[in-house]
Design a protein around this ligand. Structure first.
Ligand SMILES: N[C@@H](CCC(=O)N[C@@H](CS)C(=O)NCC(=O)O)C(=O)O
Length: 210
């Protein structure tokens, strides 16, 4: 049985969506961040970074959201969540997955923990993050401008899961949340409408708001 160490409305949303998209049996293991469970020894033994998510799949213990997504897609190729190995489409999907986590997600994290960057200036950190995120959202919007249904084209993929989750993290931005971009906004509604995403929102107790 696959076990996903999870908290609601966190980066665990991405593997949660993928598990639902693939229709796999899995167990959600709640990690209570309010009490700091992610920084205590039992969880740190699984993930020494003390961040969520972590996946257990048999003997395999895996952290890093995108690595978890790729593992699930690779072990369930029938789900078609990644293009075939060795193709230009696969290379582009890898590019976007890596960009999503090492550029978009890494920048967004400072918005949620601004005191870690400048303890005395959290408002300035949040403002800086929002300014830096804006061209990244613009970059996503430009890809979608040709009217493609999903980010990589005709097929829904792991890239959609990351773009959707991280776009949602901008929902409380002061001026330019992702949903306000002309192509990104309707696209996010398409992802939100997927039955697997709806099940995740219901289970995590989230409002249908991106
Ligand atoms: N690069 C990691 C980042 C994960 C991450 O930052 N998770 C957040 C939740 S969205 C977390 O656990 N934060 C708790 C903390 O930093 O104290 C990944 O993608 O798995």
């Amino acid at each position: 049985m696959i076990r996903l160490h999870h908290s609601n409305s966190s980066a665990a949303m991405a593997p949660h969506i993928v598990l639902e998209e693939l229709g796999l049996p899995f167990e959600l293991v709640p990690v209570d961040t309010a009490t700091g469970a992610h920084r205590q020894a039992p969880y740190l033994r699984l993930n020494p970074n003390g961040v969520i998510p972590t996946l257990e799949d048999g003997e395999l213990v895996l952290y890093e959201t995108v690595a978890i997504l790729m593992h699930l897609a690779d072990t369930h190729p029938e789900g078609g969540l990644l293009p075939a190995m060795g193709t230009p489409e696969r290379a582009q999907a890898m590019k976007w997955l890596i960009w999503s986590t090492n550029t978009l997600q890494a920048t967004l994290i400072a918005y949620f923990y601004p005191e870690r960057w400048a303890p005395d200036h959290p408002a300035e950190v949040k403002a800086t993050v929002q300014a830096r995120i804006r061209p990244m959202l613009q970059q996503l919007d430009e890809v979608l401008a040709d009217g493609r249904p999903w980010f990589m084209g005709a097929a829904f993929s792991l890239v959609d899961v990351m773009v959707f989750m991280l776009s949602r993290w901008t929902r409380h931005f002061d001026d330019h949340p992702a949903r306000g971009f002309p192509h990104l906004g309707p696209y996010l509604q398409r992802v939100l409408a997927r039955p697997a995403v709806q099940r995740v929102f219901a289970r995590e107790g989230l409002q249908p708001f991106v």
